[in-house]
Design a binder for this molecule. Structure first.
Ligand code: GDP
Ligand code: IMO
Ligand code: MG
Length: 448
């Protein structure tokens, strides 16, 4: 567990936690910042953890007691027995993936069912959404998004075009008709693209086998508690309960403000909490913005500070930068202050949390991009189109600490150079860094 000093700091942080307001924790880069780890650490301070957007494209890793879990749909508060976990209306659910997640956690002796609540308004990912995702990606050729192929884009498309199926529809008399209509519509699109369904595998299965497994897993979803989560959460806040909203993906993958079209299909920013949970903007409290001490991206799309050299390889190796959902190698680069400040602005971040500082232990020198040079002009703003502009990052150099952070249990004991890096980020952004993470385990967390 956390040492005495950190416990005290957590108490101080807890004092800041608002009642009657929902706090938010989200990623400020291109995803995989370490959201799962920090939500798990903060969970002891909250009655309720709620996911508000995205689906099983998310992979949130939690490590404690030499165990490692990767969550895709279930909020990261599930390992604290006193916390209720809500999958909100803005999330999309694949019943097959959810069932596997529940089984994995249940096998370790943790009871999931009575602490997991599902919004009736959450939309459902159908097997034919997975087909469509594969078809659209393949048709894009070398312009492909690098989607996780979990059916995210097609499911949100059906939601917005008012053709979706919601959790509350499952088990109603009209469900099978709705399912068949959606499947027929999707298969017609597949045909138009002259795609042979037989060539596509989903979770290692043929379409027919996956469809059967998907239907079998509906049973698990139906056994869970379905709620009107907007009432549940607002009532909880009114009763003085503390609620933390857990983001998925990252700000630079936001459908409106990310590096479009290389983005996901939901609003990953604080605004998404309001629509994805039914919480009014005036009820948003603290916003914890998570960022890696460097930067990664998985999938295609622009990445101004990307390192296609030995340093990039070193970050990937030391940081074990491989996708938690797909296993793909993550692209690595230096911290991008232009993008970070943009993300802080969009989200109204009140507290920053620096993740994976330990990955830089071996670097004599660290670089941070503080501006972009676009067509020979300096800019401190993220441009309209990150892909078409020829962006040259302008770097500042920072001295590395060049020693291991392993075993450090208090922020006061970190090397001066890391303190300087933290201060540097604070000064550049104007936001306090209230946590520095120095390892994947719960205990490797220092409050500043
Ligand atoms: P998320 O999607 O934001 O929850 O992040 P992921 O779980 O996809 O990726 C973060 C990875 O970094 C996971 O493997 C974590 O176990 C790991 N991790 C989290 N914090 C730290 C840290 O401070 N140091 C190191 N070395 N690894 C960390
Ligand atoms: P967490 O919550 C990192 C990326 C994909 C792809 C793009 C679109 O673990 O941080 P999609 O599956 O939504 O159609 O993919 O977004 N992507 C992520 N990258 N972390 C994630 O989630 C991601 N979820 C989607 O790689 O480039
Ligand atoms: Mg992840």
């Amino acid at each position: 567990m956390l040492n005495k000093r950190n416990c005290l700091k957590f108490k101080q942080l807890h004092k800041k936690i608002n009642t009657m307001k929902i706090d938010v924790l989200l990623g400020l880069q291109w995803g995989d910042e370490g959201k799962g780890k920090v939500v798990d650490v903060l969970t002891a301070n909250y009655d309720i953890i709620a996911r508000f957007q995205g689906g099983p494209n998310a992979g949130h890793t939690i490590e404690f007691d030499n165990k490692k879990f990767v969550l895709h749909t279930i909020p990261s508060g599930i390992f604290n027995e006193n916390t209720t976990n809500v999958v909100g209306n803005g999330v999309i659910i694949d019943p097959y993936i959810l069932k596997n997640e529940i089984n994995t956690i249940t096998e370790t002796g943790i009871k999931v069912e009575n602490r997991l609540l599902i919004s009736k308004k959450a939309h459902v990912i159908l097997p034919s959404h997975r087909l469509l995702d594969a078809v659209y990606e393949s048709a894009k050729g070398d312009k492909k998004i690098g989607s996780t192929l979990k059916g995210i884009g097609p499911t949100y498309t059906d939601k917005v075009s008012r053709n979706g199926i919601r959790v509350g529809d499952l088990g109603t008399s009209g469900f099978e008709k709705k399912y068949e209509e959606a499947k027929t519509r999707h298969l017609n699109i597949v045909k138009q693209y002259q795609f042979d369904v037989e060539t596509i595998t989903i979770e290692g299965m043929s379409f027919d086998a996956y469809e059967k497994a998907w239907f079998d897993s509906l049973h698990t979803l139906k056994e869970l508690n379905w709620i009107n989560s907007e009432y549940f959460l607002n009532n909880a806040l009114n009763q003085g309960k503390s609620v933390l909203a857990e983001g998925a993906q990252g700000t630079m993958l936001d459908i409106d403000f990310g590096s479009y079209p290389f983005v996901t299909s939901s609003n990953t920013i604080t605004a998404g909490v309001c629509s994805g949970l039914g919480i009014a903007p005036s009820k948003v409290g603290r916003v914890y913005g998570i960022f890696k001490a460097y930067c990664t991206r998985v999938g295609s799309g622009p990445f101004p500070t990307e390192l296609n050299d030995e340093s990039g390889e070193k970050l990937r190796k030391i940081g074990r930068e491989f996708g938690a959902t797909t296993g793909r190698p993550r692209r690595c680069g230096w911290l991008d202050m232009v993008a970070l400040k943009y993300a802080i602005m969009l989200n109204g971040v009140t507290d920053l949390m620096m993740m994976k500082a330990d990955v830089l232990d071996d670097f004599k020198e660290i670089k941070v991009a503080t501006a972009y040079k676009i067509n020979s002009k300096l800019s401190s703003e993220v441009p309209y189109d990150l892909s078409e502009e020829k962006i040259e990052p302008v770097f500042e150099k920072i001295k590395g600490w060049n020693k291991p952070l392993t075993g450090i249990t208090s922020f006061d004991d970190i090397p001066e150079e890391l303190k300087h890096y933290v201060k540097y980020v604070q000064e550049k952004t104007g936001v306090k860094v209230s946590m520095v993470s120095i390892g994947p385990d719960r205990t490797q967390t220092l409050l500043a």
